[in-house]
Unconditional design. Structure first.
Length: 140
């Protein structure tokens, strides 16, 4: 299971050794050393091995971008399949929440359905502006 790491804990101009990085991110030092194989730049000229703060931030940002999943208008993210999926026909439903979004104060809408592949319940948040488009798309 992948973990979310907070890159804001690092200063761009400071240097950190492997143990400091591991402690700040609450991971094992072996994990930090493994990240070198994934592209984290380390200064191996001297001991202890140092890592520049801006390099840690850039690496964690890339790691976060790799995890992202772009969704099409008819797609939901299924946490069981770990992918963008379409929902089963006739399982589309929506509810309005009290939360207002943006300058136009459109209400937030929670759309729900069941994953076509595994049957898991999936949900996605929208603005009420798009509810008419979504109703047309999911009507059978």
């Amino acid at each position: 299971m992948s973990k979310k790491y907070d890159a804001r804990k690092f200063n761009d101009y400071d240097f950190y050794d492997v143990n400091e990085v591991a402690e700040i991110l609450s991971v094992n030092p072996k994990t930090v050393r493994k990240w070198e194989l994934e592209g984290l730049k380390m200064d191996r000229q001297k001991r202890p091995i140092y890592i520049h703060g801006k390099d840690i931030k850039a690496f964690l940002k890339q790691k976060k971008l790799k995890r992202r999943c772009k969704l099409g208008i008819k797609e939901f993210y299924c946490s069981k399949c770990r992918a963008a999926v379409e929902i089963e026909p006739n399982s589309f439903e929506y509810t309005f929440t009290e939360k207002c979004l943006g300058a136009k104060n459109n209400r937030q809408v929670i759309t729900k359905g069941k994953c076509k592949n595994c049957g898991t319940k999936v949900a996605r948040f929208w603005s009420e502006q798009k509810i008419n488009i979504l109703e047309k798309l999911f009507k059978t």
